[in-house]
Design a protein around this ligand. Structure first.
Ligand code: PEP
Ligand code: MG
Length: 912
């Protein structure tokens, strides 16, 4: 059967976004639910793919398009290319997923000298007609004919300067006519042919250009950055829609609205409009628009209609909508709607509110938020107590505080940002081609444009702070500076933005950690009720544990005890322990460490009570606690020089009568002290050389250390169990779990278990009550996965250490892979993701499933979790849920993300 490549808005399936694109499907849907949409039709994404495959439009497509144009002529009473009542159309892109500004659009198509004359006659408004004409020539020239904007802008600026006006609105019909003529000349000069007069030819070229824009650099970059695969969106549709004009006089307007405030989530009429203007004026930020509230005063009747439109959109789509409208001579048209992009705070608030309003269910509320977004809520805020005054205030376009070096173009922002510098992208206004600068910047500042300008929309989508339309700042990109009153901000100067208030500061302002809103608590409470997986945190200190608790962690899934050894009061003792030549010396150091570790664990258990705390015994190779060989060699050399200086100084002082008794003479270390320090460093150097391994991560670490130096593990086990005993005495309910790292055989586990059993036997008598604890193992070697049933004999729980396990399964060393070839593997599609961030479900996943089934076969109540970094990643969590894990453990700021992801995994169960 012949494929249908074209659908009228009245006929297309509003649910088929893959075929019709999001915009096209919504135009169909809106038409079919009775909203006032200008008539039009959609050319499908299949047609786009066919065009891109053969570099020519599918046969017969333009005939069908011609038929549809005929229907538009009938519906509107206008004629395409006709002189007296010309039909003009917009030609817009729109793929299955919204990619704001990434692809091309052409407006006012259908204008030529004849239809222009007709338009003038019909509207009696020469200025309007020439304005439409010059816009069309430029846009068509740029999009369909590939002519740079600069080539047109030059002429435009010349006329504006000559006339002495700043805004376009100050130009009269004659000026615009002159500009249009110049633009036609530009096209002729640049392409070698006159501007196409035939309106059908215009339409064909425009459709082809929109199709091509799917493969344009901007769009391709955007898809890569946001991981949009062909599965999700494949090709762009083309929407051909009758033009309606918001710039036909003062009873006309154009605007954009959100059904709720996308910055706060508040249910209110939110948006901006301009009277006597065209849509692009609002979005491009060329004129600063008015808030919708003003419309209630200026055009009360239309405002009432707009409120009704807003209500209908929301009650139909059951989602916050971002819509565009135009008022032409007192008639309101809805031109577009799509799901509104909001920051995480607004998403959370609207989820709660829409459930309260019975608009959506709790499940829908949980599923409408991408869990990754929640991390935005953990972004720092500027400290409100800092006594500084803003130098300028713009619109609070995307919340959060950001601080960095001021940079005036996207390329430089991209370069500096990617080299690790914090930068703020500062522009008059941004355009889609600046997108790479957004990715690399901490925040965005523009001097023009409103809350729905490009900068605002894109920054909000990315969760980056943005201040838009800070008109007090004059940005001079060419001179690489911005001027605010008397102050000059040069490129490289530090500035701070507050995207929540719109304030801009010179210099750096301290930030405060973000806080959990009551709404977020509610939402995550619903998530916990739904989810099967528990979410634990990787935390090593009582402070980190408190924070994790605040984020809703249900326990600690991994306490890396080695991190407790690094504090300045412990490290010297740990070093003594490593340097010890005999078991007695080592025991002496361990005896000093014991009370310190016991106190650490006691505090940790107390904070987390009654939740479980999984404590991992020492894992890293010993040399990690010692300086590097080259540092030691340097220190020894410097100490030698210092010792010689002291010696020389003493000799010199002795030669000056009475000098040795002066107070200054005593202000120095003695030669003996320095020599002693030097001797210790030499011993350390010797130890470092003894401990040197070719591949330490595969060397003497983890349980292997515990077997060679059982006294170390014995000290840690004792500290854990004594802390638990102390908690018991104080009535604190604790659940410690002892975990052994890097295990490969049941014998290793058996040896450690013996130490635990002996310690318990000794302690329980002293303690006076039973000590509740569990014993388990990390599964982070391939052999451990295959030997799961044996390990499950001693282990009551498994925790997949997917950091090490990924290295083992891929035979990658993480640092080398991430620094050398992994990014290239990802961009070339050899590997879809970085397996250290996203669990490799296809490869490693199989090993995990094998370990789970074999482990549970041996011990049905085996508790199983994951504590590698992937444990906080939503897709990986989905796998963990499906694989039947009991918990995931991740860093504290990922806990909210993981809680929501765990609920989503449960709710989406039937999809996999
Ligand atoms: C792991 O290997 O996944 C793990 C949690 O241990 P570490 O990152 O400390 O090696
Ligand atoms: Mg590990």
């Amino acid at each position: 059967m012949k494929k249908n490549f074209v659908y009228a808005f009245a006929d297309g399936d509003g649910h088929n976004k893959k075929l019709l694109g999001g915009k096209g499907a919504n135009l169909c849907e809106m038409t079919q639910i009775g909203l006032n949409v200008p008539p039009g039709f959609v050319i499908t994404t299949e047609a786009c793919r066919a065009y891109l495959a053969k570099d020519s439009l599918p046969p017969g497509l333009m005939d069908t398009v011609g038929d549809e144009i005929g229907k538009l002529e009938l519906a509107t009473g206008k004629t395409f290319g006709g002189g007296s009542n010309p039909l003009l159309v917009s030609v817009r892109s729109g793929s299955a997923l919204s990619m704001p500004g990434m692809m091309d659009t052409i407006l006012n198509l259908g204008l030529n000298e004849d239809t222009l004359a007709g338009l003038i006659e019909q509207t009696g408004d020469e200025r309007f007609a020439y304005d439409a004409y010059r816009r069309f020539i430029q846009l068509f020239g740029k999009v369909a004919l590939g002519i740079d904007d600069d080539k047109f802008d030059m002429h435009f600026e010349v006329v504006k300067q000559r006339v002495g006006v700043k805004a376009d609105i100050g130009l009269d019909a004659a000026n615009l006519r002159e500009i249009s003529e110049k633009f036609l000349e530009v096209v002729h000069r640049e392409t070698g042919s006159p501007f196409p007069r035939d309106v059908h030819e215009q339409l064909r070229l425009a459709i082809e250009a929109v199709f091509r824009s799917w493969m344009g650099k901007r769009a391709v970059d955007y898809r890569r950055e946001f991981h949009i695969t062909p599965d999700m969106a494949n090709g762009t549709a083309v929407n051909v829609c009758t033009m309606v004009f918001g710039n036909l006089g003062d009873d006309c307007a154009t605007g954009v609205g959100f059904t709720r405030n996308p910055g706060t989530g508040e249910r209110e009429m939110f948006g901006e409009y301009l009277t006597n203007a065209q849509g692009e004026d609002v979005v491009a930020g060329i004129r600063t628009p008015k808030a919708l509230a003003q419309m209630e005063v200026e055009m009360p009747q239309l405002y009432t209609q707009l409120v009704a439109l807003r209500d209908k959109l929301e009650s139909h789509y059951k989602e916050v909508q971002d819509y565009e409208f135009t008022i032409e001579k007192g008639t309101l048209y809805c031109l577009q709607t799509r799901n509104g992009k909001m920051n995480a705070g607004a998403l959370v608030k609207t989820s709660i509110d829409m459930v309260d309003e019975n608009l959506i269910s709790r499940e829908q509320a949980l599923l409408r938020i991408d869990p990754e977004y929640l991390e935005q809520l953990l972004h720092p805020r500027l400290d409100p107590n800092t006594p500084v005054k803003p130098v300028a205030t713009g619109l609070p376009a995307s919340p959060g505080g950001a601080c960095g070096k001021c940079v005036f173009d996207a390329d430089l922002a991209h370069k500096l940002g990617n080299s690790g510098e914090a930068v703020i992208l500062v522009r008059k206004e941004t355009r889609p081609e600046d997108i790479h600068g957004f990715f690399a910047a901490e925040g965005i500042l523009t001097s023009r444009g409103g809350k729905t300008s490009h900068a605002a929309v894109v920054a909000r989508g990315m969760g980056k702070p943005c201040v838009a339309g800070a008109e007090g700042i004059t940005v001079d990109v060419n001179r690489r500076r911005a001027v605010v009153g008397e102050q000059v901000i040069r490129e490289g100067d530090i500035i701070t933005l507050d995207g929540s208030t719109g304030d801009v500061y010179i210099g750096a302002i301290p930030t405060l950690p973000p806080q959990f809103s009551a709404d977020l608590k509610t939402l995550l409470g619903w998530a916990d009720e739904v989810a099967d997986l528990r979410v634990m945190a990787n935390a090593d200190t009582p402070e980190a544990a408190s924070q994790a608790l605040e984020y809703g962690a249900m326990g600690i899934g991994l306490c890396r005890t080695e991190r407790m050894f690094n504090a300045s009061d412990r490290l010297p003792i740990v070093v003594d322990m490593i340097l010890a030549d005999s078991a007695e010396d080592r025991q002496a150091a361990l005896d000093q460490l014991l009370p310190i570790q016991r106190e650490d664990f006691f505090q940790l258990f107390k904070v987390m009570s009654p939740n479980p705390v999984i404590v991992r015994l020492l894992d890293p190779p010993m040399h990690e606690f010692l300086p590097t060989e080259s540092d030691l060699v340097k220190q020894i050399r410097n100490l030698g020089i210092y010792r010689d200086v002291i010696r020389g100084r003493q000799i010199a002082l002795a030669s000056i009568p009475g000098a040795l008794d002066s107070p200054e003479a005593k202000l120095s270390l003695s030669e003996e002290q320095v020599s002693e320090a030097r001797t210790k460093k030499r011993r350390m150097l010797q130890k470092v050389r003894d401990l040197e391994e070719t591949n330490p991560m595969l060397g003497h670490r983890g349980v292997r250390l515990g077997i060679t130096y059982p006294e170390i593990y014995a000290m840690q086990i004792r500290a854990i169990l004594e802390a638990a005993c102390e908690c018991g005495k104080q009535g604190i309910d604790v659940s410690p779990e002892i975990m052994v790292p890097q295990v490969i055989t049941s014998q290793e586990l058996g040896r450690v278990r013996t130490i635990v059993d002996e310690t318990i036997a000794r302690l329980e008598g002293e303690c006076g009550h039973l000590i509740k604890y569990k014993f388990g193992t990390m599964i982070e070697t391939v052999r451990a996965c295959t030997r799961a049933p044996k390990l499950a004999i001693d282990a009551e729980f498994f925790s997949f250490g997917t950091n090490d396990l990924t290295q083992a399964v891929f035979s990658f060393s993480r640092e080398d892979a991430e620094n050398k070839f992994l990014p290239m593997y990802n961009t070339q599609g050899i590997l879809q993701d970085n397996p250290f961030e996203v669990l490799d479900t296809e490869g490693l996943g199989q090993l995990i499933e094998l370990a789970i089934s074999r482990g549970r076969a041996a011990r049905p109540d085996l508790e199983i979790g994951i504590c590698g970094e992937q444990g906080g990643h939503p897709e990986s969590i989905r796998f963990c849920h499906a694989a039947g894990l009991n918990y995931v453990s991740c860093s504290a700021p990922r806990v909210p993300v993981a809680r929501l992801a765990a609920a989503a995994a449960k709710l989406r169960e039937r999809e996999y």
